[in-house]
Write a new protein. Sequence first.
Lengths: 343, 484
Amino acid sequence: MKSTTSPVARYRTKIISEVRYHYCQPHGNNIVEYCDSMSRGMVENFQRFDRDQRFDYLHFNDWHAVQALHVLQDRNTLLTYHSTEYGRNGNQFGDWWEYKEISGKEWYGGLIAKRVTAVSATLKNEVMHLYNVPDWKCDVVPNGIVPRQFRAEIDAGEVKQAYGIHPFAPLILFIGRLVYQKGPDLLIEAMKIVCQNHRDAKLIVAGEGDMRQFLMERARDLPANFVGYIPDSEYIRLLNACDLVVIPSRNEPFGLVLLEAWSAEKGVVASNVGGLSENIDTFVDGLKVEPEPGSLAWGINTIMDEPSQAIALGKKGRKKVERVFMWGPIGKKVTETYSRVVA
Amino acid sequence: MPALSIGFEVHQPYRLNRNFAPDPKVKKKDIANLYFDEVNRDLLLRIAEKCYIPATSMILDMLDEDFSCAFSFSGTLIEQLEKWSPDALALFEQVARHRNAEILGQTYYHSIASCFHDKTEFVEQVRMHTTLMHELFHVDPGVFENTEFTFNNGIADCIKDMGFCGTFTEGVDRILDWRSPNYLYTCRDIPVLLRNISLSDDIAFRFTNRSWDKYPLQADTYARWVAQSTGDVVNVFLDYESFGEHLWPETGIFEFMRHLPGELSAQDVPAVLPSKVLADYSPVGTIDVHETISWADIEKDTSAWMGNDKQRTAFHALEAAHVYAKDKQFWRYLQTSDHFYYMASKYGSCGEVHSYFCYLAGEEAFRTYMRILADYEERALRYTKNRKAAKTLRILSPETAFHFSSPSGFIGHTAYSLDQFCELLSIVPGDSFQYHLERGDFTRWIKEALGDTDLADSIRDCTERQEFTDLVCRWREHLWSRLR
């Protein structure tokens, strides 16, 4: 059968900084079907370019592309876990079909991939425990960041005023999906305690999610502003204008917001879980607390009692970003992992 | 028992005119009045009266009684003394010619040129300083002291190639690897004298600290500390303004100094000159300095001048201004380290003052600096190799720079040149790019601020970010190739 459109025309290609990006257009009635369709498109697209010059390594990310990994499993393959379905579900098992389908793919990917990486030691343990991935097969490679993208020279007072906040009032920022895993409800409860000590403190909650309505009701009497989804540029303005970033997650395999806050030289109060737990040194570059309101409130009060301390912690955090989380050293780690992939 | 070598850094910058506004009517010969602040004269007179004259008179007496110390004068200080305080200069001249004093080498402009990638300018300014010292004081410095003790392996190579027999730098623990600073070391085969931080700061910072358990510090106690130190030589190096300006006469600093030589002899501690240290002692080890160190703050690195984005923007702009510097004099005045120090935004560096006000002070210093650098390049356009390329690549003032925004306001990224614009195109959030693209801001700015209609025309119909970025960056490289 003759196709009316040539395969080349069906796929969009883009070159950014000498890297060729190929796109496909998946379809599906649910997330699982959608990802299967995407995987088929990826493989089809891949084979067009693999003919003349064989690729040395194939690197897959998360369960979404496991179907493609399955087809190409005889090659030098690498699978990176960014999180697990169990973790995204707030450290709980689920009994609905998507949960089973997705965690099944996560298990199968870990089984057939020649090598596996996880973005933190916590996630590595989680993957080993949940999916029986052997220790020798799994490396920890953290996420990287371009700190320049998040640090901006901005007049904090002007941004605060745009939100109706006094220029000198301490501003706490939460950014993330408003879902159970990210713990925004814990922060709202903590704010009730914080406001007793710091009557001028303000909270901005940025992000969308199914908990929003619930949270807004709980925060009715609090100086909290739910700004919903914000574009990146507005995030940068808020991130650089705020005095403290709080990450109250219940489960956080890595916690990219931490690196973003550090890039902007901001003090951080975060839950002592996952990647956050591994990367923060308490009272050196941030404060780790338990994911419950009392502990969070203690952390927030401690930092806000001593504003210069928040600044000092943020500066130290930025130093750590420049030392550990720039793409240079991380690229090196990935390359090392490639060299351990054995076909 | 170690010897004591004591040295003084004597420097004044030309502070920039805070109210500067471009004025094409001002002729080149009068440009100093436009660029420099009137406050320079007042400050110099005040410091001469409170510090230079009384402290130097005291030190001359001490030198007559066989005390020894070293001085490092910047060229920008000497210029100002010649103009406004010949009396102070006459005293320094007596010091310089005194057999018990030694004059050290530094850069004429007390500049940060040693941090430039290309070291030619640094070497040139050291030569200018050497010539000045020779013509004014008839001395030839043999030991070097770089601006604020800035130092690394590359700078060591340069200093050695220029023929100095030794150099000062900071006794930074992480470089010494916990060895004592009280010995001579070598770095890339040039002998290095390391400042003893603790004994220097006892005078410069802790002297007036009432909560210090050693307060008030007396000369006999201090001499005993030196005597009890281990090693060959204790190098103490101070900002000369400590005497009378940072530490007022009421603190007893002058009495402290006056009694120091006697108390040192009582402890059998000889006061020696740096060149004598180099002659008498052999290096006991080597140091390897990959990162750039200095005597600034507690970080002991270059973060006091290049620690924040404003400072880095100004530094790169200054370095790139090289191709515009046919007439180098004012480009060099702009290299003085103090201009960058004023842009600092470190917490703590402004004492108890709220960091918000500190931000504004640093911001103002930065804006002034960029306005003047922009004006300097604007005036230099007609001397450049390719005027059109030079115009597009020049530095812009904060008023004409491109401020990336979103519908809700400024997002904190500013391009002060086409170079920086290219860099920021891959940094700023996509929605900000889109916002400006749809409003036609890019085309307008390139046409009006950079004056490049060719580039403006070629990007007019470009809507894809990557393609846009590639186009602008390629054009930028093309322009630079015509200018170099």
